[in-house]
Write a protein of this length. Structure first.
Length: 407
């Protein structure tokens, strides 16, 4: 199975399917801000073969289902666009009027997130389908474990404009801290498959950035706000250590003159009104404040449990260089270089992937279990360098080849 390109923009069009492709096994993660959607399309030849390929558990020669996983996202506030998309793609839902199923058979698609409950009646009314609700934390962890164990060059570090892929030792993956940054932030200690505990979190997350940003800058979307931050200078708004100490460092406690002493602190002493500040400076300061906060809290929770490996995910990141760099610097600073922040290329789709993998008794019994995963030659490798705002989006649309065995 090939995991297709991720969509970079809300409501963007996914990849074109062959007219003969069989589209099925849709799964949703309906969050407070965004809906994440994953669906599978078989190759036009049916996608099953008896050809032998190498798999880790030695199960060679069985039928192989080949095709693509596609990813899309929509604003939750525009959920009807998502429903229209599902209708327009004629996504075939498990159990719905195919493979001999009757027209009266219950149609179910897997879904996770709070919206799986909130919008259940809407999906029933508009599409005639039921949402098979999967636990949100279970789905996040299942999605993360799959990516980290099965997808080559999934995790990477990013600091000072340098992106480096991390080689994950499969025998030493657990335990790790998973920090999922959505509208709010959940911090999950993962000890193994299905073994995890939500150990902390913060209500200052992506929803905070979007909500405060909309109030302060009048931006209409998350991506507009994020793009605005590219052009900003947070030092116009933030109070730095140097502002307090006459331009000098506070070396005794390890603070440079450019360290932020107080986010938005200059607004206290400046004789200015909101309209006197540039929206791009405000958005930059807001992004820096929230990213720093998440990085620090994450490390402190990793410290509680002696964890050196921290993975950050969620659509707050957007593969955005400045966001990742700020989080990474915070983790590096507070750990004194002993811990590293790591990021995921499929960062926003963990919950949807986990829900997708929960399908059972529809020919996908061992989905994501017996598999061979290889990185597409078109994907980039470590050592990428960014040189300015135009290159700062690091979501490089990875394409991942794999074959799935059916039992």
């Amino acid at each position: 199975m090939e995991i297709g390109n991720l969509e970079n923009h809300v409501q963007s069009e996914p990849m074109e399917e062959s007219s003969q492709a069989q589209i099925s096994h849709l799964a949703l993660d309906i969050g407070g801000s965004l809906i994440k959607l994953v669906y599978f399309s078989q190759n036009s030849d049916g996608g099953c073969s008896k050809s032998s390929v190498q798999v880790s558990n030695g199960n060679e020669g069985g039928p192989v289902l080949q095709g693509k996983l596609h990813f899309a996202k929509f604003e939750t506030a525009k959920i009807h666009d998502c429903i229209d998309f599902i209708q327009s793609k004629q996504l075939r839902v498990t159990g719905c009027q195919h493979n001999g199923a009757s027209a009266n058979e219950k149609c179910v698609i897997k879904a996770t997130g709070g919206g799986a409950y909130k919008f259940a009646d809407l999906f029933k009314e508009k599409l005639g389908i039921c949402l098979g609700k999967e636990d949100e934390m279970d789905s996040l962890v299942a999605g993360a474990n799959f990516l980290l164990k099965s997808v080559h060059n999934e995790a990477f570090t990013y600091m000072d404009g340098q992106k480096e892929f991390a080689q994950i030792d499969q025998e030493d993956l657990y335990p790790y801290l998973l920090v999922n940054i959505g509208s709010g932030v959940s911090m999950i200690k993962v000890d193994g498959p299905g073994k995890f505990e939500r150990v902390s979190g913060t209500n200052v997350g992506g929803g905070t950035f979007w909500g405060l940003g909309r109030l302060l800058t009048k931006c209409k979307s998350f991506d507009e706000l994020l793009e605005l931050s590219h052009r900003g200078n947070n030092r116009v708004v933030d109070m730095l250590v140097g502002d307090i100490y006459g331009g000098t460092d506070y070396k005794k406690i390890g603070l440079s003159s450019t360290a932020i002493a107080s986010s938005f602190g200059k607004a206290i002493s400046d004789n200015k009104e909101l309209e006197d500040y540039k929206p791009e400076d405000i958005s930059r300061s807001l992004l820096r404040m929230i990213s720093n906060n998440i990085g620090q809290i994450s490390y402190l929770n990793a410290l509680r449990f002696g964890l050196k490996r921290i993975f950050f995910a969620g659509f707050f990141l957007r593969g955005h260089a400045y966001t990742m760099d700020t989080i990474a610097v915070a983790v590096h600073f507070w750990s004194k270089g002993e811990a590293k922040a790591m990021f995921l290329r499929h960062e926003g789709f963990l919950g949807a992937l986990g829900a997708f993998m929960s399908y059972e008794k529809h020919g996908f019994d061992n989905l994501m279990v017996h598999q061979l995963v290889q990185q597409s030659p078109s994907a980039s490798h470590g050592g990428d360098k960014t040189h300015g705002p135009a290159d700062s989006e690091l979501n490089d649309n990875p394409s991942i080849n794999c074959s799935i065995y059916l039992s």
